[in-house]
Write a protein that binds this ligand. Structure first.
Ligand SMILES: Nc1ncnc2c1ncn2[C@@H]1O[C@H](COP(=O)(O)OP(=O)(O)OP(=O)(O)O)[C@@H](O)[C@H]1O
Ligand SMILES: [Mg+2]
Length: 113
């Protein structure tokens, strides 16, 4: 099993979610986060002049997928739905998952996903 953690633009959530549903992915969590990547924030202009916003609102989506799922297909789906080509499109991290357990039945393993 793998866990995909991705940071995306909040306005891309619906597109990414629909793309994942179409691939048969059902379980996922989302978190409202603030962060920055390589640019360490963005420069904005107002009447009072320029100011820097260091922490930018992002959405973090987490999904644990079974080894039966083609992980590159899922990654490509996320990219195709979340990409604008401009800085701040986000990042995807892939982590190994050791075990998963459904609390209701105590079942274990990737078939509970
Ligand atoms: N190394 C990291 N560790 C944890 N979270 C990160 C890391 N890099 C980026 N993030 C998260 O991803 C969000 C999006 O980052 P962002 O897309 O700006 O990355 P970037 O490397 O600057 O790429 P780009 O050049 O496209 O802007 C950040 O706001 C932050 O929440
Ligand atoms: Mg950036």
């Amino acid at each position: 099993m793998k866990k995909i953690e991705c940071f995306i633009r909040p306005e891309k959530l619906e597109l990414v979610k629909e793309g994942l549903f179409e691939k048969g992915i059902k379980g996922m969590s989302i978190y409202e986060v603030r962060g920055h990547g390589n640019q360490r924030g963005i420069l904005l202009s107002s009447r009072a002049g320029q100011y820097c916003v260091e922490w930018i609102d992002k959405l973090k989506m987490e999904l644990v997928v079974s080894n039966k799922v083609d992980i590159n297909d899922i990654i490509n789906t996320i990219i195709s739905k979340a990409q604008t080509g401009k800085p701040g499109d986000g990042k995807i991290f892939i982590l190994p998952v050791e075990e998963s357990i459904r609390i209701r039945t105590k079942e274990r393993g990737e078939d509970i996903l």
